[in-house]
Design a protein around this ligand. Sequence first.
Ligand code: NZQ
Ligand code: ZN
Length: 380
Amino acid sequence: MENFIFQNPTKLIFGKGMIAQLAKEVPAGKRVLVTFGGGSVRKNGVYEQVKEALKGFDVVEFWGIESNPKIETLREAIKLGKEQKVDFLLAVGGGSVIDGTKLIAAGILYDGDAWELVLQGGCKHALPLAAVLTIPATGSEMNNGAVISCKATEEKFPFYSNNPVFSILDPTVTFTLPKWQVACGIADTFVHVMEQYMTTPGQSRLMDRWAEGIIHSLIEIAPDIIENQHDYDRMADFMLCATMGLNHFIGMGVCEDWATHMIGHELTALHGLTHGATLAIVMPGLWRTLKAEKMAKLVQFGERIWGITEGDDNARADLAIEKTEAFFRSLGLPTRLGEAGIGEETILEIERRFNARKVAFGENQNVTGAVARQILENCK
Ligand code: NZQ
Ligand code: ZN
């Protein structure tokens, strides 16, 4: 096990009716910038609940943070926040609204253009923020990450700031999610766990079993929640799986991969494909490409998750990859580039970008431009 320091400062407030807790949790005397996405919260009653809970608070609203939040939109919110001298932020929405709000919270305290912060990958200061989560997927409600896009340059980069001070998770608000978003949220959660698991074996028995526990739960509930988003207990499990998948609990003392994510971000940046859908395409291809170095863990995963106990290691790893791809397909997601209308030109562009940036990802830092290209060739 590697040395580590673990601290997760987010207070998690979970359950039916808990949005009302905002009245207690938002610090008194603050001027609050409340941020929203495209309007789903107006249709499912979340907006009304937030408004009710914040009666008597000094509130400024900002609407229109889109999926894969764009710097072009966030600049407007930063301008508003500066003008209005806000000193607390509340994100009401999915990962995109929360991520965007993390950048707004930093941008308000920054004199330059906030895209500079994204390119630096982090910031020195940020205003405190909190969240009301409406879609289980990213874990942004309990981590310090954000992923910000630029429309003009078709780029998408991670940025790190502060965790939300608190996040409210009411599973009933997920009842209105479209099937596609549920499927993408399951895939995102699955892959977050794998980015922290499918690496070197034997680093931590406990982390392995926590990770496998999340995956078992997801596989068990997936068929039900794809069919029916109205089962409270199932959606509650899904919501907690997603949060636990990326709040760094399962990453203590183990190395991490994240190459699937970095390639997936490029597919979103260039084609607008939903985040979770990019991962369902890239991860099986990455495993096919890096099978030899991930072999021991693929075999463990195959046995413990898919019950594969026969054949040599190579055959077991192949079957584990096949079963994982079949799981993504069972959610209704594409698992090949062609199905998403993505061709060779994009593969070459991603290779070019990784080479130009001189980056290499993965637990062994060997996913260079050339390896990313091989991976994408294996996603055709
Ligand atoms: O914008 P509105 O109208 O609210 O609609 C949203 C959006 O269209 C809709 N939606 C959300 N909650 C709903 C709902 N519709 C009906 N009922 C509800 N309860 O769903 C759509 C997708 O929302 P979005 O916030 O984009 O989804 P998600 O939470 O998957 O966030 C994706 C973004 O997060 C980043 C991704 O790259 C992507 O930009 N990620 C952030 C991470 C982090 N901060 O740690 C890690 C992840 O790996 C990921 O990269
Ligand atoms: Zn993700």
